[in-house]
Design a protein around this ligand. Structure first.
Ligand SMILES: NC(=O)C1=CN([C@@H]2O[C@H](COP(=O)(O)OP(=O)(O)OC[C@H]3O[C@@H](n4cnc5c(N)ncnc54)[C@H](O)[C@@H]3O)[C@@H](O)[C@H]2O)C=CC1
Ligand SMILES: O=C(O)C(=O)COP(=O)(O)O
Length: 410
C-alpha cells in the first residue's frame, strides 16, 4: 500500500514517452505541471523500471510495454495515460490490482485510421503498391490486369466498433457493399449487414479489414486457415494490432498469389524508435503496402490526443475525477474548495466501506461530502473533510485491510 499526500505541483514528476504531441506538455503546464521528462522513444524494460520507480504519472503510446513487473516497481505511480486508443500494452489487471488508474483517448484518432483504410482499399484494389515500386526501379507496369474499382466490391469489416463503423460509412459512400463480423450484435450503419460467422465473411469479401482490439481471443485470428478461406485475389488490410494476423502465413499467401494484395500498418514486432531497423517477412513483397504504425498519426489526431489524455491526468491529479478511465470505477467529482479530499482505492471486498466509515465516526471527523463507485475488483471512495482532520484520516485509512492506495488532495 502506498499512502500519498498531495505534493506541490512542481514536485509531481511526469514522464512522457514515445514523442507524445507537444499539446500534452502545454496542457500540463497550463495546469501547473511543469516537472515533465519528455522522451521521443519508448524504453526497454530495465530502463523503464528505473525511471518509472520515481514518477507519479506516465504517458505512453502503443509501443511501451507496462508489464506487471514494470508496474510493481512503480511505487509512486498514480495514473497512466495511454496517448492512443489501444491499452493492450498495459497489464490492466496488474494496474488495477495496484490501484493505478489508466486513461486513454478512445476516439481522437478514429477518423485518421478510417481515412487511411479507405485510401488503402483504393490503392490495393488498383495494384498501386507494386506499380509504384516498379516505377521507382525504372519499370513501367501500365496494365489494367488485376486493377479494379472499389465501387461494387464487398468490404468485410472485422470488428465493428468506433473505427470499423466509421470505415463502413466511408466505404458505402464509395459505392462499396459492406458486411461485418463482430462478437457483439451491432446496429449496422447505412446498408451494412452483420454476418454471423467469420468464415462466411471471409468467403464473401473482396477486401477484408481488421479493426479488433488485441485480446487473447483476437490473437492470430487471421491464421493460415482463415487466410486460405479468403477469396482468391482478395486483399487483407490490418491497422489493428500485429498479433491479430499470422504474418508468415500472410507473406506466403501474397507470394503464392492467393491474395492480390495487403496493406499492413501494425506488426508483431515493431521497432522501438525511428532509428531502429524494421524487420518483417513482408519486406520485399511488392504487392504489400507497408506503413510504420501510422494509422493514428495525423497532426489533428495527435494534437487532440495530447490535450485529451493530459487533461484526464491533470483532472485526476487535481480533483480525483476518473471519468472514462479504462480500469477504474468512474466518478465525476465537483471541486473541493475549502476542504481536503481523501481518495481511497481498495479491493472490492466486504467490510472495507464499513471500516472506512468507522474511521470517521470513531474519530469524530465530520464528512462534508462522500462519493463511492465500485467495479468488479475495485472500490473508489472519495471523502471531503475539514483540512485539520485530513492527516489523521489518511493515517487511519491507509491501514484498513484491502487498501490499495490512499492519498489526500489539499
Ligand atoms: N494503426 C493504428 O495506428 C491504430 C490502431 N488502433 C487499433 O484499432 C483497434 C480498434 O479500435 P476501435 O474501433 O476504436 O475499438 P472499439 O473497441 O471501438 O471496437 C472494437 C470492436 O471489435 C469487436 N471485437 C472484439 N473482439 C472481437 C472478435 N474476436 N471478433 C470480432 N470482433 C471483435 C468489439 O466488439 C468492438 O465492436 C484498437 O483496439 C487498436 O488496437 C486504433 C487506433 C490507431
Ligand atoms: O491508438 C492506437 O491504439 C494506436 O495504435 C496508435 O498508436 P500510436 O500512438 O501511433 O503508437
Amino acid at each position: 500500500m502506498t499512502p500519498q499526500t498531495s505534493l506541490q505541483k512542481d514536485k509531481i514528476r511526469i514522464l512522457l514517452l514515445e514523442g507524445v504531441h507537444q499539446s500534452a506538455v502545454d496542457l500540463l503546464a497550463s495546469r501547473g505541471y511543469t516537472n515533465v521528462e519528455y522522451l521521443k522513444t519508448s524504453l526497454p524494460e530495465d530502463q523503464l523500471i528505473e525511471k518509472i520507480s520515481n514518477v507519479h504519472f506516465i504517458g505512453i503510446r502503443s509501443r511501451t510495454q507496462l508489464t506487471r513487473k514494470v508496474l510493481e516497481s512503480a511505487r509512486k505511480l498514480v495514473a497512466i495515460g495511454c496517448f492512443c486508443i489501444g491499452t493492450n500494452q498495459v497489464d490492466l489487471k496488474a494496474a488495477t490490482e495496484l490501484g493505478i488508474a489508466v486513461f486513454n483517448a478512445p476516439y481522437s484518432n478514429t477518423r485518421s485510421v478510417a481515412e487511411l483504410i479507405i485510401a488503402e482499399t483504393i490503392l490495393t484494389l488498383r495494384g498501386i503498391p507494386a506499380k509504384n515500386t516498379a516505377c521507382h526501379r525504372g519499370g513501367w507496369m501500365k496494365s489494367a490486369a488485376g486493377a479494379f474499382e472499389a465501387r461494387g466490391k464487398t468490404l468485410g469489416i472485422i470488428g465493428y466498433g468506433a473505427i470499423g463503423s466509421q470505415v463502413s460509412v466511408l466505404a458505402e459512400a464509395l459505392g462499396m457493399r459492406v458486411i461485418f463480423y463482430d462478437v457483439v450484435t451491432k446496429l449496422p450503419l447505412g446498408n451494412a449487414v452483420q454476418i454471423s460467422s467469420l468464415d462466411e465473411l471471409l468467403g464473401e469479401a473482396d477486401v477484408v479489414s481488421l479493426h479488433v482490439p488485441e485480446l487473447p481471443s483476437t490473437k492470430m485470428m487471421m491464421g493460415p486457415k482463415q487466410i486460405a478461406r479468403m477469396k482468391p485475389g482478395a486483399i487483407l488490410l490490418n491497422a489493428s494490432r500485429g498479433t491479430v494476423v499470422d504474418i508468415e502465413a500472410l507473406a506466403e499467401a501474397l507470394k503464392s498469389g492467393h491474395l492480390a494484395g495487403a496493406a499492413i500498418d501494425v506488426f508483431p514486432v515493431e521497432p522501438r524508435s525511428n532509428d531502429d531497423e524494421f524487420v518483417s517477412p513482408l519486406r520485399g513483397i511488392d504487392n504489400a503496402l507497408l506503413t510504420p504504425h501510422i494509422g493514428g498519426s495525423t497532426m489533428e489526431a495527435q494534437e487532440n490526443i495530447g490535450i485529451e489524455v493530459a487533461e484526464k491526468l491533470a483532472y485526476y491529479s487535481d480533483n480525483g475525477t476518473t471519468t472514462s478511465s479504462v480500469n477504474f470505477p468512474e466518478v465525476a467529482l465537483p471541486g473541493h474548495v475549502g476542504a481536503h479530499r481523501l481518495l481511497h482505492i481498495h479491493r472490492n471486498v466486504p467490510g472495507v466501506l464499513s471500516a472506512i466509515n468507522q474511521v470517521f465516526s470513531e474519530n469524530n471527523i465530520n464528512i462534508s461530502a462522500q462519493f463511492l463507485q465500485t467495479n468488479e475488483t475495485l472500490g473508489y471512495v472519495v471523502i471531503d473533510v475539514d483540512a485539520e482532520y485530513s492527516d489523521l484520516a489518511l493515517e487511519k485509512l491507509k491501514n484498513i485491510p484491502g487498501t490499495l492506495r490512499c492519498r489526500v488532495l489539499f
